[in-house]
Design a protein around this ligand. Sequence first.
Ligand SMILES: CC(C)(COP(=O)(O)OP(=O)(O)OC[C@H]1O[C@@H](n2cnc3c(N)ncnc32)[C@H](O)[C@@H]1OP(=O)(O)O)[C@@H](O)C(=O)NCCC(=O)NCCS
Length: 194
Amino acid sequence: MPSPGLAAVCSLRLHPRKPAVRQHLEATTPMPIMPCSDELMGQAESLVRSVFRGMTPIERFSFIAIRHPNSMAGRLLMFLAGVKDKVAFDVYVDEANQVLGTTGLYRYNRDADEAVWVAWFCVAPKARGRDVGQALMDHTVARARKAGFHRIRLYTSTDPNEAAAQRLYEKNGFKEIGRKKGLFVTTIFREKTL
Ligand SMILES: CC(C)(COP(=O)(O)OP(=O)(O)OC[C@H]1O[C@@H](n2cnc3c(N)ncnc32)[C@H](O)[C@@H]1OP(=O)(O)O)[C@@H](O)C(=O)NCCC(=O)NCCS
C-alpha cells in the first residue's frame, strides 16, 4: 500500500500520458491495486453506489455477499442472483488511502466452467482520464488469466453514464456477444478470450 512518504512520487501518476514517467513509476512504486480490505470496503461500496445509480435490488445488496460470502445472507443473495462464488474484489487506492476505483470477478452457476465475470468496474469521477481505469482493466484481465480462466465476460449498458466504458472495453478486446432490451436501457454483454 503506498505510504504517505510516497505522495510526491504517486502524484506524478496524475500525468500518465507521459510514457517515460509511467515506466519510471511502474518500476519504483508499488502497484496501488490490492484486494479490498475490511477497512476500505465502506469507501468502495460508497463509490460503487454513487457511480451505478440504477442498481437492481439484488445488485444493491451485493455488497453483503462481497463482504461476507459465506454468511447466510451472502449465500442467499448469491443463490437469488445465480452467482456461484466471488473470485475477487479489488480496489485502486491513492497515496492517502482513498479508493479511486474498484473491480471484481465472480462466477455464475450457469457458465462457471466457461467464464469469469467482471463486477463493479468503475473509477471515481475525480480520478477519471488518468489511466486508472486502464490499470484496473489490465489487473482484472491478468487476475482472471492467472486464476486459469479462458474467457472473461461482463455486462454493461446503453446508459450514457457507461458510454466511456464501451470504448475502454472495445480497446481491450471485449467483443459484444449480445443485447437485452430493458425498460429504460439495453444491457450489453461482452466477452474476451484470454
Ligand atoms: C469507464 C471508466 C472506468 C474509465 O475510467 P478512466 O480511469 O477514466 O479510464 P482511463 O483514463 O484509464 O482511460 C482508458 C480508456 O477508456 C476510454 N475512455 C476513458 N474515458 C473516456 C471518455 N470520457 N470518453 C470516451 N472514452 C473514454 C478510452 O478508450 C481510454 O483510452 P485512451 O485514452 O487511450 O483512448 C470510468 O469512466 C467509469 O467509472 N465510468 C462509469 C462506470 C462504468 O461505466 N463502468 C463500466 C460499466 S459496467
